[in-house]
Design a protein around this ligand. Sequence first.
Ligand code: ADP
Ligand code: GN1
Ligand code: MG
Length: 375
Amino acid sequence: MNSQSTSMIYNFAGIITHFNIEGADFDVTPFGSGHINDTFLVKSKIVSYRTYLLQKINHFVFKDIDGLMNNMVLVVNHLKEKIAQKPNGNSEKEVLTLVPCNNGKYYYKDDQGNYWRMTYFLEDTRSYDLVTTEKQAYQGGVAFGQFQYLLADLDPAEIVDVIPDFLNIEKRLRDFNNAVANDKADRLKTVVTEVEYLSSWSTAMNDILKLGKAGILPLRITHNDTKFNNILLDKNNDIQCVIDLDTVMPGYVAYDFGDAIRSIINTAVEDEKDLDAIQLNIPLFTEFTKGYLSETLSFLTEPELKSLIKGVMLLPYMQAVRFLTDYIEGDVYYKTHFPDHNLQRTRAQIQLFKILELNRSKLSDIVNTEWLLLK
Ligand code: ADP
Ligand code: GN1
Ligand code: MG
């Protein structure tokens, strides 16, 4: 969507007046490549004024907006307090800052029923859909490891489950099987191979849940959407800020580890069409692992450490299940940019999963070695 077409749909000038910000007369342009929310850069024509990021929250995905925004306020306040205690910590740069609305809330509901929120735009930062350097991978590990560490003392009972069973593979497979049974968009005939392949792995993917239910893996507060483009790096490729806090909820650490690896180890993008371009970049895996363990070693239990490799297998698998479910249902959840986008995403994630499976023991050895080196 270009800025002209979005400004015809939304009355940005009107929406912005509901937020407590300095300046007037803004340029509003679409920003970022997230699959869920709609993000816009709000830049004042007067250059000395702060730039903001306006997001239309996807209300189809996040049904409890009050719960969602309460979680976000809790998490950013907690992180800011922690960062302020760090030597040289800068809580405005390292943590998202929400802009309050004139109604005292942190979101505004417009008369079309859309929900909007605003944060400070973090200048001189970038997010990456594809990781290319070992430094980026290491910094990613530090970022998500530190995120878990800093939230370890936030009471999980205070966090609302905004999407219940978000990363529960049993639930995701139930949804998948329902989609297959209903075949609403009449697409099943085109994806028989993919459906059979994913179904053949379903029972093998239950380990983390089983260990969790048995009390062997603790529930902690996790990010749950640790795709690499959900961190901002500064000009020197040092970590600046973890973003996209919508899914911060109780979860298992292996979920965050596995989802981050899904985007870091892959030499190609998430929706790569050319399956041969999907290879593993093992040095990036090693660097992410080093960074992650350096921040989490103090609290990770041995079962959690052993579960990390299970997360590396589970998250690409679960993502393939989710993309294929959406494809079969007629593309109702993720934003798509061309007709078979969700199918292309599914195939790319299946390919990644297959190569990960071939390299599983090598990757597991790397985690163990890095752990022993750091201990
Ligand atoms: P989505 O839920 O749609 O993925 P995100 O919150 O991840 O939305 O934001 C989309 C993109 O916008 C990010 O990948 C990042 O590039 C950019 N972004 C988000 N927040 C900020 C910020 N505060 N400062 C600078 N860029 C940001
Ligand atoms: C979505 O919003 P974004 O693009 O960071 C999705 C994640 C998926 C990811 C796959 C709320 O994340 O769960 O892992 O796409 N977020 C939600 O790229 O479903
Ligand atoms: Mg995002």
